[in-house]
Design a protein around this ligand. Structure first.
Ligand SMILES: [Zn+2]
Length: 551
Protein backbone atom coordinates (compact mmCIF):
# COMPACT_ATOMS: atom_id res chain seq x y z
CA UNK A 1 0.00 0.00 0.00
CA UNK A 2 2.74 2.44 -0.72
CA UNK A 3 2.27 5.29 -3.03
CA UNK A 4 5.54 6.77 -4.12
CA UNK A 5 4.62 8.75 -7.20
CA UNK A 6 1.01 9.29 -6.21
CA UNK A 7 1.51 12.70 -4.75
CA UNK A 8 -0.36 14.41 -7.54
CA UNK A 9 -3.38 12.23 -7.12
CA UNK A 10 -3.35 12.77 -3.39
CA UNK A 11 -3.23 16.52 -3.82
CA UNK A 12 -6.02 16.30 -6.32
CA UNK A 13 -8.08 14.26 -3.91
CA UNK A 14 -7.41 16.66 -1.09
CA UNK A 15 -8.79 19.37 -3.32
CA UNK A 16 -11.81 17.20 -3.98
CA UNK A 17 -12.26 16.77 -0.28
CA UNK A 18 -12.39 20.51 0.25
CA UNK A 19 -14.89 20.76 -2.54
CA UNK A 20 -16.97 18.08 -0.89
CA UNK A 21 -17.24 20.10 2.29
CA UNK A 22 -18.67 22.99 0.37
CA UNK A 23 -21.19 20.73 -1.30
CA UNK A 24 -22.23 19.08 1.90
CA UNK A 25 -25.97 19.81 1.73
CA UNK A 26 -26.26 18.02 -1.61
CA UNK A 27 -23.93 15.15 -0.89
CA UNK A 28 -26.61 12.75 0.21
CA UNK A 29 -29.88 11.80 -1.34
CA UNK A 30 -32.08 10.01 1.14
CA UNK A 31 -34.28 7.25 -0.18
CA UNK A 32 -37.06 5.99 2.04
CA UNK A 33 -38.01 3.32 2.61
CA UNK A 34 -34.99 1.21 1.99
CA UNK A 35 -33.95 -2.30 1.38
CA UNK A 36 -33.67 -4.59 4.31
CA UNK A 37 -30.63 -6.76 4.82
CA UNK A 38 -32.47 -9.96 5.49
CA UNK A 39 -34.86 -8.39 7.95
CA UNK A 40 -38.57 -8.43 7.53
CA UNK A 41 -41.08 -6.46 9.51
CA UNK A 42 -43.34 -3.47 9.64
CA UNK A 43 -40.72 -0.82 9.20
CA UNK A 44 -37.61 -0.92 7.07
CA UNK A 45 -34.32 -1.87 8.59
CA UNK A 46 -32.41 1.01 7.16
CA UNK A 47 -32.71 4.42 5.66
CA UNK A 48 -30.62 4.73 2.60
CA UNK A 49 -28.71 7.58 1.10
CA UNK A 50 -26.71 7.64 -2.09
CA UNK A 51 -23.40 9.29 -1.54
CA UNK A 52 -22.12 11.72 -4.12
CA UNK A 53 -19.04 11.21 -6.17
CA UNK A 54 -16.54 12.25 -3.55
CA UNK A 55 -15.82 8.93 -1.86
CA UNK A 56 -16.26 7.11 -5.15
CA UNK A 57 -13.43 9.22 -6.51
CA UNK A 58 -11.15 7.58 -3.98
CA UNK A 59 -11.79 4.13 -5.40
CA UNK A 60 -9.95 3.29 -8.56
CA UNK A 61 -11.25 0.74 -10.97
CA UNK A 62 -9.11 -0.94 -13.59
CA UNK A 63 -10.29 -0.55 -17.16
CA UNK A 64 -10.61 -4.17 -18.18
CA UNK A 65 -12.06 -6.13 -15.33
CA UNK A 66 -13.73 -3.32 -13.46
CA UNK A 67 -11.98 -4.44 -10.29
CA UNK A 68 -11.52 -2.02 -7.45
CA UNK A 69 -7.86 -1.24 -7.03
CA UNK A 70 -6.58 -0.87 -3.49
CA UNK A 71 -3.15 0.10 -4.81
CA UNK A 72 -4.55 3.44 -5.91
CA UNK A 73 -6.61 3.90 -2.82
CA UNK A 74 -6.01 7.35 -1.44
CA UNK A 75 -6.48 6.92 2.27
CA UNK A 76 -3.31 7.02 4.34
CA UNK A 77 -3.01 6.47 8.09
CA UNK A 78 -2.65 9.89 9.66
CA UNK A 79 -4.95 11.56 7.16
CA UNK A 80 -8.08 13.38 8.27
CA UNK A 81 -11.16 14.46 6.41
CA UNK A 82 -14.62 15.74 7.15
CA UNK A 83 -17.79 14.05 6.00
CA UNK A 84 -21.36 15.23 6.42
CA UNK A 85 -23.56 12.47 7.76
CA UNK A 86 -27.33 12.79 7.37
CA UNK A 87 -28.94 13.69 10.67
CA UNK A 88 -25.56 14.34 12.30
CA UNK A 89 -23.83 16.99 10.22
CA UNK A 90 -20.19 17.29 9.43
CA UNK A 91 -17.92 14.96 11.36
CA UNK A 92 -14.16 14.71 11.24
CA UNK A 93 -12.78 11.27 10.44
CA UNK A 94 -9.16 10.46 11.20
CA UNK A 95 -7.58 7.46 9.50
CA UNK A 96 -5.42 5.97 12.21
CA UNK A 97 -4.35 2.59 10.92
CA UNK A 98 -4.32 0.11 8.06
CA UNK A 99 -5.19 -3.52 8.70
CA UNK A 100 -4.61 -6.42 6.35
CA UNK A 101 -6.64 -8.77 8.48
CA UNK A 102 -8.44 -10.86 5.86
CA UNK A 103 -7.03 -12.12 2.55
CA UNK A 104 -7.19 -9.47 -0.16
CA UNK A 105 -8.82 -6.90 2.11
CA UNK A 106 -7.52 -3.52 3.27
CA UNK A 107 -9.26 -2.14 6.32
CA UNK A 108 -8.68 1.49 7.27
CA UNK A 109 -9.69 2.19 10.86
CA UNK A 110 -10.02 5.44 12.68
CA UNK A 111 -11.85 7.71 15.03
CA UNK A 112 -14.78 10.03 14.49
CA UNK A 113 -14.40 13.50 16.03
CA UNK A 114 -11.19 12.26 17.61
CA UNK A 115 -13.07 9.95 19.97
CA UNK A 116 -11.94 6.37 20.47
CA UNK A 117 -15.52 5.40 21.32
CA UNK A 118 -16.70 6.56 17.89
CA UNK A 119 -15.19 4.00 15.58
CA UNK A 120 -14.85 4.15 11.82
CA UNK A 121 -13.77 1.27 9.59
CA UNK A 122 -13.46 1.19 5.82
CA UNK A 123 -12.89 -2.19 4.14
CA UNK A 124 -12.09 -2.62 0.48
CA UNK A 125 -11.35 -5.70 -1.60
CA UNK A 126 -11.28 -6.04 -5.37
CA UNK A 127 -15.06 -6.18 -5.61
CA UNK A 128 -16.65 -4.21 -2.85
CA UNK A 129 -16.43 -1.51 -0.24
CA UNK A 130 -17.85 -1.75 3.26
CA UNK A 131 -17.59 1.17 5.67
CA UNK A 132 -19.12 1.46 9.09
CA UNK A 133 -19.54 4.45 11.34
CA UNK A 134 -20.26 3.63 14.97
CA UNK A 135 -21.42 6.84 16.57
CA UNK A 136 -22.86 6.71 20.01
CA UNK A 137 -26.51 6.60 19.06
CA UNK A 138 -26.30 5.86 15.36
CA UNK A 139 -24.72 3.24 13.15
CA UNK A 140 -24.18 3.92 9.45
CA UNK A 141 -23.14 1.35 6.86
CA UNK A 142 -21.66 2.35 3.53
CA UNK A 143 -21.59 -0.15 0.67
CA UNK A 144 -21.02 0.07 -3.04
CA UNK A 145 -23.29 -0.74 -5.91
CA UNK A 146 -20.82 -1.88 -8.51
CA UNK A 147 -23.25 -1.50 -11.38
CA UNK A 148 -24.10 2.07 -10.48
CA UNK A 149 -20.61 3.14 -9.42
CA UNK A 150 -22.17 4.56 -6.32
CA UNK A 151 -21.72 4.13 -2.63
CA UNK A 152 -24.89 3.69 -0.63
CA UNK A 153 -25.18 4.76 2.97
CA UNK A 154 -27.54 2.90 5.25
CA UNK A 155 -28.47 4.17 8.63
CA UNK A 156 -29.25 1.15 10.72
CA UNK A 157 -32.59 1.31 12.40
CA UNK A 158 -31.41 -0.07 15.69
CA UNK A 159 -34.99 -0.66 16.70
CA UNK A 160 -34.79 -3.50 14.20
CA UNK A 161 -31.89 -4.99 16.12
CA UNK A 162 -33.57 -5.85 19.39
CA UNK A 163 -31.14 -6.89 22.06
CA UNK A 164 -32.30 -9.69 24.20
CA UNK A 165 -29.32 -10.90 26.19
CA UNK A 166 -27.49 -13.23 23.86
CA UNK A 167 -26.58 -15.63 26.59
CA UNK A 168 -29.06 -15.39 29.42
CA UNK A 169 -27.25 -16.39 32.58
CA UNK A 170 -30.11 -18.69 33.54
CA UNK A 171 -29.67 -20.54 30.27
CA UNK A 172 -26.36 -21.80 31.49
CA UNK A 173 -27.91 -23.45 34.47
CA UNK A 174 -30.40 -25.27 32.32
CA UNK A 175 -28.52 -26.03 29.14
CA UNK A 176 -25.10 -26.79 30.55
CA UNK A 177 -26.19 -28.61 33.72
CA UNK A 178 -22.57 -29.34 34.36
CA UNK A 179 -23.23 -31.67 37.24
CA UNK A 180 -24.91 -34.01 34.79
CA UNK A 181 -22.06 -33.80 32.31
CA UNK A 182 -19.75 -35.54 34.73
CA UNK A 183 -17.33 -32.62 34.67
CA UNK A 184 -15.34 -32.37 37.84
CA UNK A 185 -15.51 -28.84 39.17
CA UNK A 186 -12.43 -28.03 41.19
CA UNK A 187 -12.63 -25.48 43.91
CA UNK A 188 -10.72 -22.59 42.41
CA UNK A 189 -10.59 -18.89 43.00
CA UNK A 190 -10.87 -16.60 39.98
CA UNK A 191 -7.64 -14.78 39.28
CA UNK A 192 -7.79 -11.30 40.67
CA UNK A 193 -7.36 -8.37 38.32
CA UNK A 194 -6.22 -5.54 40.53
CA UNK A 195 -2.87 -7.22 41.15
CA UNK A 196 -2.31 -8.37 37.57
CA UNK A 197 0.62 -7.14 35.57
CA UNK A 198 0.94 -8.15 31.93
CA UNK A 199 3.17 -11.15 31.43
CA UNK A 200 3.84 -10.31 27.81
CA UNK A 201 2.84 -13.87 26.97
CA UNK A 202 1.70 -14.64 23.45
CA UNK A 203 -1.97 -13.67 23.19
CA UNK A 204 -2.42 -14.21 19.47
CA UNK A 205 -5.69 -16.06 18.92
CA UNK A 206 -6.40 -17.33 15.41
CA UNK A 207 -10.01 -17.50 14.30
CA UNK A 208 -11.40 -19.85 11.66
CA UNK A 209 -14.33 -17.92 10.19
CA UNK A 210 -17.15 -19.98 8.76
CA UNK A 211 -20.13 -18.64 6.88
CA UNK A 212 -23.37 -20.19 5.74
CA UNK A 213 -23.82 -20.64 2.01
CA UNK A 214 -26.32 -17.77 1.68
CA UNK A 215 -24.06 -15.01 3.04
CA UNK A 216 -21.03 -15.26 0.77
CA UNK A 217 -21.40 -11.80 -0.81
CA UNK A 218 -19.02 -9.30 0.73
CA UNK A 219 -17.98 -11.76 3.41
CA UNK A 220 -14.24 -10.99 3.20
CA UNK A 221 -14.85 -7.30 3.86
CA UNK A 222 -17.14 -8.08 6.75
CA UNK A 223 -14.66 -10.51 8.32
CA UNK A 224 -11.80 -8.07 7.75
CA UNK A 225 -13.72 -5.33 9.52
CA UNK A 226 -14.79 -7.58 12.41
CA UNK A 227 -11.18 -8.62 13.07
CA UNK A 228 -9.97 -5.04 12.73
CA UNK A 229 -12.69 -3.75 15.04
CA UNK A 230 -11.73 -6.28 17.67
CA UNK A 231 -8.06 -5.32 17.46
CA UNK A 232 -8.64 -1.56 17.13
CA UNK A 233 -11.02 -1.49 20.08
CA UNK A 234 -8.49 -3.48 22.14
CA UNK A 235 -5.68 -1.14 21.09
CA UNK A 236 -7.84 1.90 21.88
CA UNK A 237 -8.60 0.36 25.29
CA UNK A 238 -4.86 -0.02 26.02
CA UNK A 239 -4.74 -3.81 25.75
CA UNK A 240 -1.09 -4.84 25.39
CA UNK A 241 -0.08 -5.41 21.76
CA UNK A 242 0.78 -9.06 22.41
CA UNK A 243 -2.95 -9.76 22.41
CA UNK A 244 -4.77 -9.76 19.09
CA UNK A 245 -6.78 -11.95 16.76
CA UNK A 246 -6.16 -12.88 13.14
CA UNK A 247 -8.00 -14.84 10.47
CA UNK A 248 -6.83 -18.47 10.34
CA UNK A 249 -9.03 -19.12 7.32
CA UNK A 250 -12.43 -18.33 5.79
CA UNK A 251 -14.57 -21.29 4.85
CA UNK A 252 -18.11 -21.65 3.55
CA UNK A 253 -20.27 -24.38 5.07
CA UNK A 254 -22.94 -26.01 2.95
CA UNK A 255 -26.06 -25.13 4.91
CA UNK A 256 -28.35 -22.17 5.53
CA UNK A 257 -29.65 -23.60 8.83
CA UNK A 258 -33.29 -22.89 7.98
CA UNK A 259 -35.52 -23.03 11.01
CA UNK A 260 -32.70 -23.39 13.52
CA UNK A 261 -32.19 -20.89 16.33
CA UNK A 262 -28.73 -20.14 17.66
CA UNK A 263 -28.47 -22.90 20.26
CA UNK A 264 -28.79 -25.92 17.95
CA UNK A 265 -26.30 -24.42 15.48
CA UNK A 266 -23.69 -24.17 18.23
CA UNK A 267 -24.62 -27.72 19.22
CA UNK A 268 -24.03 -28.88 15.63
CA UNK A 269 -20.62 -27.20 15.66
CA UNK A 270 -19.74 -28.95 18.88
CA UNK A 271 -20.98 -32.33 17.64
CA UNK A 272 -19.32 -31.75 14.24
CA UNK A 273 -22.58 -32.84 12.68
CA UNK A 274 -24.30 -31.72 9.49
CA UNK A 275 -22.34 -29.08 7.63
CA UNK A 276 -19.68 -29.03 10.35
CA UNK A 277 -18.29 -32.51 9.74
CA UNK A 278 -14.53 -32.16 9.96
CA UNK A 279 -14.58 -28.89 11.93
CA UNK A 280 -11.88 -29.89 14.39
CA UNK A 281 -9.68 -31.04 11.50
CA UNK A 282 -10.27 -27.74 9.65
CA UNK A 283 -9.14 -25.96 12.79
CA UNK A 284 -6.09 -28.17 13.21
CA UNK A 285 -5.13 -27.67 9.56
CA UNK A 286 -5.20 -23.89 9.93
CA UNK A 287 -3.75 -23.61 13.46
CA UNK A 288 -7.07 -22.09 14.56
CA UNK A 289 -7.84 -21.51 18.21
CA UNK A 290 -11.47 -20.43 17.73
CA UNK A 291 -14.25 -21.19 15.23
CA UNK A 292 -16.77 -18.45 14.49
CA UNK A 293 -19.81 -18.71 12.21
CA UNK A 294 -21.55 -15.90 10.33
CA UNK A 295 -25.10 -16.83 9.44
CA UNK A 296 -28.16 -15.01 8.11
CA UNK A 297 -31.19 -14.05 10.16
CA UNK A 298 -34.17 -16.36 10.01
CA UNK A 299 -37.43 -14.84 11.20
CA UNK A 300 -39.14 -18.22 10.98
CA UNK A 301 -36.58 -20.09 13.05
CA UNK A 302 -38.24 -21.74 16.04
CA UNK A 303 -36.20 -24.88 16.65
CA UNK A 304 -34.00 -25.28 19.69
CA UNK A 305 -32.71 -22.87 22.28
CA UNK A 306 -31.84 -19.17 22.00
CA UNK A 307 -34.87 -18.30 19.86
CA UNK A 308 -36.24 -14.76 20.14
CA UNK A 309 -40.06 -14.57 20.10
CA UNK A 310 -41.40 -13.25 16.78
CA UNK A 311 -37.87 -12.74 15.44
CA UNK A 312 -36.49 -16.26 15.34
CA UNK A 313 -32.76 -16.34 14.76
CA UNK A 314 -31.14 -12.98 15.46
CA UNK A 315 -28.12 -11.69 17.38
CA UNK A 316 -25.23 -13.90 18.41
CA UNK A 317 -24.12 -16.59 20.84
CA UNK A 318 -20.86 -17.98 22.15
CA UNK A 319 -19.26 -20.34 24.59
CA UNK A 320 -17.14 -18.70 27.29
CA UNK A 321 -13.39 -19.42 27.43
CA UNK A 322 -14.00 -23.16 27.25
CA UNK A 323 -15.70 -22.97 30.63
CA UNK A 324 -17.49 -26.21 31.47
CA UNK A 325 -15.37 -28.01 28.87
CA UNK A 326 -17.26 -26.48 25.96
CA UNK A 327 -15.27 -25.68 22.82
CA UNK A 328 -14.33 -22.19 21.67
CA UNK A 329 -17.20 -21.67 19.27
CA UNK A 330 -19.43 -18.70 18.58
CA UNK A 331 -21.71 -17.22 15.95
CA UNK A 332 -23.34 -14.00 14.89
CA UNK A 333 -26.01 -13.21 12.38
CA UNK A 334 -24.73 -11.03 9.55
CA UNK A 335 -27.06 -8.09 10.09
CA UNK A 336 -26.16 -7.90 13.76
CA UNK A 337 -22.48 -8.17 12.95
CA UNK A 338 -22.94 -5.29 10.51
CA UNK A 339 -25.24 -3.05 12.50
CA UNK A 340 -24.03 -3.70 16.00
CA UNK A 341 -20.78 -4.92 17.49
CA UNK A 342 -22.31 -8.34 18.02
CA UNK A 343 -19.54 -10.40 16.40
CA UNK A 344 -16.80 -8.63 18.37
CA UNK A 345 -18.90 -8.98 21.53
CA UNK A 346 -19.29 -12.73 20.97
CA UNK A 347 -15.55 -13.13 20.34
CA UNK A 348 -15.16 -11.30 23.65
CA UNK A 349 -17.29 -14.00 25.30
CA UNK A 350 -15.15 -16.75 23.77
CA UNK A 351 -12.13 -14.95 25.26
CA UNK A 352 -13.64 -14.94 28.73
CA UNK A 353 -15.75 -11.78 28.68
CA UNK A 354 -18.93 -11.70 30.73
CA UNK A 355 -21.84 -9.30 30.77
CA UNK A 356 -22.09 -6.55 33.33
CA UNK A 357 -23.07 -7.50 36.87
CA UNK A 358 -22.07 -10.42 39.06
CA UNK A 359 -21.79 -14.01 37.88
CA UNK A 360 -24.41 -16.26 39.44
CA UNK A 361 -22.83 -18.03 42.40
CA UNK A 362 -23.50 -21.48 40.93
CA UNK A 363 -21.37 -20.66 37.89
CA UNK A 364 -18.40 -19.05 39.58
CA UNK A 365 -16.32 -22.19 40.00
CA UNK A 366 -16.68 -23.24 36.38
CA UNK A 367 -15.57 -19.87 35.09
CA UNK A 368 -12.75 -19.69 37.63
CA UNK A 369 -11.48 -23.09 36.60
CA UNK A 370 -11.42 -22.00 32.96
CA UNK A 371 -9.29 -18.99 33.93
CA UNK A 372 -11.96 -16.27 33.69
CA UNK A 373 -10.78 -13.49 36.04
CA UNK A 374 -12.98 -11.52 38.41
CA UNK A 375 -12.84 -8.43 36.28
CA UNK A 376 -13.90 -9.99 32.96
CA UNK A 377 -17.09 -7.95 32.77
CA UNK A 378 -18.60 -5.19 30.73
CA UNK A 379 -19.37 -1.87 32.37
CA UNK A 380 -22.51 0.25 32.16
CA UNK A 381 -22.46 4.02 32.63
CA UNK A 382 -24.37 5.49 35.57
CA UNK A 383 -26.87 7.02 33.18
CA UNK A 384 -27.73 3.57 31.80
CA UNK A 385 -27.28 5.12 28.36
CA UNK A 386 -24.10 3.35 27.30
CA UNK A 387 -22.08 0.25 28.03
CA UNK A 388 -18.72 -1.15 26.97
CA UNK A 389 -18.14 -4.00 24.53
CA UNK A 390 -19.15 -6.78 26.94
CA UNK A 391 -22.31 -4.98 28.02
CA UNK A 392 -25.17 -7.40 27.49
CA UNK A 393 -28.22 -5.10 27.61
CA UNK A 394 -28.82 -6.47 31.09
CA UNK A 395 -28.69 -3.33 33.23
CA UNK A 396 -29.58 -0.93 30.46
CA UNK A 397 -32.30 -2.46 28.31
CA UNK A 398 -33.03 -1.95 24.64
CA UNK A 399 -36.40 -0.84 23.29
CA UNK A 400 -37.19 -3.06 20.33
CA UNK A 401 -40.32 -1.05 19.51
CA UNK A 402 -38.43 2.21 19.08
CA UNK A 403 -37.42 2.74 15.44
CA UNK A 404 -35.56 6.00 16.00
CA UNK A 405 -31.99 4.97 16.77
CA UNK A 406 -31.31 8.20 18.63
CA UNK A 407 -34.14 7.44 21.05
CA UNK A 408 -32.69 4.12 22.13
CA UNK A 409 -31.77 4.14 25.76
CA UNK A 410 -28.64 2.05 25.60
CA UNK A 411 -25.65 1.85 23.25
CA UNK A 412 -22.74 -0.56 23.10
CA UNK A 413 -19.52 1.41 22.63
CA UNK A 414 -16.53 -0.04 20.73
CA UNK A 415 -14.26 0.05 23.77
CA UNK A 416 -13.53 -2.55 26.43
CA UNK A 417 -14.07 -1.77 30.10
CA UNK A 418 -11.01 -0.11 31.63
CA UNK A 419 -10.95 1.72 34.99
CA UNK A 420 -8.39 4.18 33.66
CA UNK A 421 -10.37 5.41 30.67
CA UNK A 422 -13.23 7.88 30.44
CA UNK A 423 -16.34 8.30 28.36
CA UNK A 424 -18.28 11.55 28.80
CA UNK A 425 -16.27 12.28 31.93
CA UNK A 426 -17.04 8.96 33.57
CA UNK A 427 -14.72 5.99 34.10
CA UNK A 428 -15.55 3.04 31.86
CA UNK A 429 -14.59 0.29 34.28
CA UNK A 430 -13.71 -0.82 37.77
CA UNK A 431 -10.34 -2.23 38.80
CA UNK A 432 -11.85 -5.28 40.48
CA UNK A 433 -15.12 -5.92 38.70
CA UNK A 434 -14.92 -4.51 35.17
CA UNK A 435 -11.51 -4.35 33.55
CA UNK A 436 -11.74 -6.29 30.28
CA UNK A 437 -8.56 -4.64 29.02
CA UNK A 438 -6.56 -6.52 31.65
CA UNK A 439 -8.84 -9.57 31.53
CA UNK A 440 -8.01 -10.02 27.84
CA UNK A 441 -4.32 -9.90 28.71
CA UNK A 442 -4.96 -12.81 31.05
CA UNK A 443 -7.30 -14.87 28.88
CA UNK A 444 -5.95 -14.34 25.36
CA UNK A 445 -2.67 -16.14 26.17
CA UNK A 446 -4.83 -19.07 27.29
CA UNK A 447 -6.78 -18.95 24.02
CA UNK A 448 -3.57 -18.70 22.00
CA UNK A 449 -2.58 -22.14 23.33
CA UNK A 450 -5.75 -23.88 22.16
CA UNK A 451 -4.61 -24.51 18.60
CA UNK A 452 -1.26 -25.87 17.56
CA UNK A 453 1.23 -23.45 16.05
CA UNK A 454 3.89 -25.09 13.98
CA UNK A 455 6.68 -22.54 13.86
CA UNK A 456 8.38 -20.88 16.81
CA UNK A 457 7.82 -17.16 17.17
CA UNK A 458 9.94 -14.92 14.93
CA UNK A 459 13.43 -14.74 16.34
CA UNK A 460 14.85 -11.62 14.73
CA UNK A 461 13.83 -7.98 14.44
CA UNK A 462 13.05 -6.36 11.11
CA UNK A 463 15.23 -3.46 10.00
CA UNK A 464 13.12 -0.38 9.35
CA UNK A 465 13.84 2.53 6.99
CA UNK A 466 11.79 5.58 6.14
CA UNK A 467 11.55 7.48 2.87
CA UNK A 468 9.84 10.84 2.64
CA UNK A 469 7.61 11.36 -0.37
CA UNK A 470 8.76 15.01 -0.24
CA UNK A 471 5.13 16.04 -0.24
CA UNK A 472 3.34 17.20 2.91
CA UNK A 473 3.44 14.56 5.63
CA UNK A 474 3.54 11.47 3.41
CA UNK A 475 6.27 9.01 4.30
CA UNK A 476 6.82 5.42 3.22
CA UNK A 477 8.11 3.06 5.87
CA UNK A 478 9.87 -0.10 4.73
CA UNK A 479 11.13 -3.01 6.78
CA UNK A 480 13.00 -6.21 6.04
CA UNK A 481 11.13 -9.50 6.02
CA UNK A 482 11.53 -11.89 8.95
CA UNK A 483 11.12 -15.66 8.38
CA UNK A 484 8.00 -17.44 9.67
CA UNK A 485 6.04 -14.21 10.06
CA UNK A 486 2.26 -14.04 9.75
CA UNK A 487 1.72 -10.36 10.60
CA UNK A 488 3.85 -7.30 11.27
CA UNK A 489 2.85 -4.67 13.82
CA UNK A 490 3.98 -1.12 13.11
CA UNK A 491 3.44 1.35 15.95
CA UNK A 492 3.77 5.13 16.17
CA UNK A 493 4.82 7.29 19.08
CA UNK A 494 5.10 11.02 19.70
CA UNK A 495 8.60 10.41 21.07
CA UNK A 496 11.18 7.66 21.03
CA UNK A 497 10.07 6.15 24.35
CA UNK A 498 6.99 4.43 22.87
CA UNK A 499 5.11 4.82 26.13
CA UNK A 500 1.94 5.37 24.14
CA UNK A 501 2.20 3.57 20.82
CA UNK A 502 -0.99 3.02 18.82
CA UNK A 503 -0.85 0.62 15.89
CA UNK A 504 -0.49 2.14 12.44
CA UNK A 505 -0.13 -0.98 10.30
CA UNK A 506 -1.07 -4.60 10.93
CA UNK A 507 -0.59 -7.21 8.21
CA UNK A 508 1.81 -9.19 6.09
CA UNK A 509 3.22 -6.36 3.96
CA UNK A 510 6.75 -5.03 4.48
CA UNK A 511 5.91 -1.45 3.52
CA UNK A 512 3.23 1.05 4.40
CA UNK A 513 2.55 4.76 4.09
CA UNK A 514 1.87 7.14 6.96
CA UNK A 515 1.02 10.82 7.13
CA UNK A 516 2.45 13.22 9.67
CA UNK A 517 0.63 16.46 10.46
CA UNK A 518 2.36 19.79 9.82
CA UNK A 519 4.95 20.73 12.41
CA UNK A 520 5.11 17.20 13.80
CA UNK A 521 7.68 14.43 13.99
CA UNK A 522 6.58 10.89 14.69
CA UNK A 523 8.56 7.78 15.65
CA UNK A 524 7.95 4.25 14.37
CA UNK A 525 9.08 0.71 15.01
CA UNK A 526 7.89 -2.66 13.79
CA UNK A 527 8.00 -6.28 14.87
CA UNK A 528 7.12 -9.68 13.39
CA UNK A 529 4.50 -12.01 14.89
CA UNK A 530 3.06 -15.46 14.28
CA UNK A 531 0.82 -17.89 16.14
CA UNK A 532 3.48 -18.42 18.80
CA UNK A 533 4.10 -14.75 19.58
CA UNK A 534 6.05 -11.73 18.45
CA UNK A 535 9.76 -11.18 17.99
CA UNK A 536 11.83 -8.19 19.11
CA UNK A 537 11.14 -4.62 18.00
CA UNK A 538 13.08 -3.12 15.12
CA UNK A 539 15.22 -0.01 15.21
CA UNK A 540 13.32 3.26 15.59
CA UNK A 541 12.79 5.51 12.58
CA UNK A 542 11.25 8.98 12.52
CA UNK A 543 9.13 10.74 9.93
CA UNK A 544 8.46 14.45 9.55
CA UNK A 545 6.34 16.86 7.55
CA UNK A 546 7.97 18.11 4.33
CA UNK A 547 7.65 21.88 4.16
CA UNK A 548 8.91 22.36 0.58
CA UNK A 549 6.95 22.21 -2.64
CA UNK A 550 5.69 18.73 -3.43
CA UNK A 551 7.89 16.95 -5.93
ZN1 LIG B 1 -23.28 -11.34 25.37
Amino acid sequence: MWRIGYCFSILFLLALAEQAFAEAPDLWRIERPAESRGLSGQHPAVDRAVLGSWLVSRVSRDQRGGKLSPSQWAFVPGERFALPLPGVGRVEISFDSLWNTAPGVDVYAGRIQGRAEWLFTFSIDSEEVLARFFLEDRVYILENYLDRNQLVLHEMDRGRLPKSPDRPEGEHLRSLSYNDDGITIQSTTPPSCSSFTPSGANGHARVLFLHSSDVSSGISNLIGSIVSEFNVSADNSRVELDNFITVADIRQVGDTFDGLCRGPILDQMEAESGAFQGLSQWMANTDADIAFLLVSEDANADQGSLCVPNLGRVGGAARILKAFDRPAYGLSTVTWALGDLTAVHELGHILGGLHEGPVPFQLQEGFAEAGVPDCAHGHVGSSDEWMTMMGGYVECPFDDTQPDPTQQSCTRLPIWSNPFMFHDGELVGDADTAHMAVALEMTMPIAAEWGASASPKPQSAPTATVQSQFCRGFNDIFWTAVPATQVYQLVESVDSTFNFDPLKYFGASTVTTVTVQQGQTRYYRVRACNGNGCGPWSNTVSAAYFTGICQ
